[in-house]
Ligand binder design. Sequence first.
Ligand code: 2M8
Length: 439
Amino acid sequence: MTSARRALAQVVPGARRVLDENWTGSSTVPSRGLYPHQWSWDSAFIAIGSRHLSVRRAQRELETLLTAQWDDGRIPHIVYNQAVPPGAYFPGPDFWRPSTGHTGAPPGVATSGIVQPPVHALACLLVHRADPRASVGSGFLARTYPRLAAWHRYLTDRRDLGGGGLVAVVHPWEPGMDNSPCWDAPLARVDPVPPETFQRADLDHGAATDRPTDLDYGRYVRLAADYRDGGYEDRPGSHAFTVEDPGVNALLIASEHALAEIASSLGADPRPHRARAARLTAALLDRLWDPAAGLFLCRDVVGGGLIPELSAAGLLPLLVPELPRATVDALLRTAAGEHFGLGTSVRLVPSYDLRGAAFDPSRYWRGPAWFNVNWLLERGLRLHGAVGEADALRAAALEVAAASGFAEYVDPYTEEARGTRDFSWTAALTLDLAVGSSP
Ligand code: 2M8
């Protein structure tokens, strides 16, 4: 048996086992030990994979998350399982409660107050497509569409903090790439809270060398506490950390296109969604494209200017259907070039510049290869006709996921497992690739 066939034979039962073990009855934890609650973009990726096991379960995953939506439209980045002991994860639910005691979450639901990348409309569309007749029969899209539309409105109306038509994030946890070197300069302006004022739980489950540092955490806590104490208001100029990230905005554009399709299938008008996607695409090109780097960069709204660090988030605009051909070609060259080495020095794209001064092959989002980033890139490559590259990436992802025990992330050179194992989105997205990729 070839290694590709062996990987395929291992991935499907292995992924099913991970997803079954991490299912709680209403959603899936990213990992039983390290992340014992529901995370926003994790659940979107998990549903994309679990739709191949049970469409109803994938629908439930997404709807559990969507019913935790705040009254202003935001979808919180964590929905807490209140049966889990409060010390099992830091920060726990109490951390996010402002002095008024009320967040915008529905009564009885405990959530964080920040957000994560908007992959949800794309996930809902893919879950619908797994069994359109059952989806229509159960009213899945009719129930989720208004919530998804309100979520996108929150992002475009309340989070255009730079005033240029893009969504900004206000905390390094929001783009999902927590300790990316892109945040080093903007975070350096943030006064960390002292380490003795909080108790990390993550180091009980993972090697310290694979995780953010205490100094990082001190700054994460400061930013989250300031946002909470300001009543989660999104006024321009009120956040010490305000960044426009190409990954977040590319995912919003892809999801806005998905929303247009969802609207059409419900007999609603898709044109406002297409128009919003077109405006976001123009703003993305205008504000974040760096021709010299051949990559989209992050914009530091507080400090001003583009951040000169090369992150895999800058390749994610390959998910944007209306990207000009010259920009696509430049991104393909950058992906295969010395900074990301895809198909040349590595088989899976690293999260950060292989040549960057801050590159670390083990430490979380500062170099390791992640399966969600590679799944998104595989999709983007296919969308723009780079079929050979997409096929090679798919084969590598299947092989590495199976060999690593569905690791959270891997060293991009050695492909050895890092972080936790039996990680849900690794299982879900490789299952999706194994079953033949998303239509
Ligand atoms: C990581 O982030 C959380 C905080 O949200 C953490 O470090 O505790 C990130 O990898 C993030 O992208 C992911 O959604 C989350 C759960 O898998 O873990």
